[in-house]
Design a protein. Sequence first.
Length: 94
Amino acid sequence: MASRGFIELLRLADLARARKSGRRGGQEFDWQGVVFEIGGQRLVAPMGQVSEVLSMPEYTSLPLVKPWMLGIANIRGRLLPLTDLSHFCKYLVA
């Protein structure tokens, strides 16, 4: 499965960083990440790149945007764009 290959690439990248920084090679480590599913495809993101996981917030739709753009949401005073990533990926392929 593709996610296993991606995790292996992340393990090798961490090993390369460890050798470059002078840590002992071959040292065991625990990789942490978040697994999620988009359009039936399982994906993984490293924990260092995930700031938080939210349920779908209330959002305001925007006029004249692509169909995959859901709108914007006010998350603790910051306006963040919301996209339907599954729809966006289908849009890229079409």
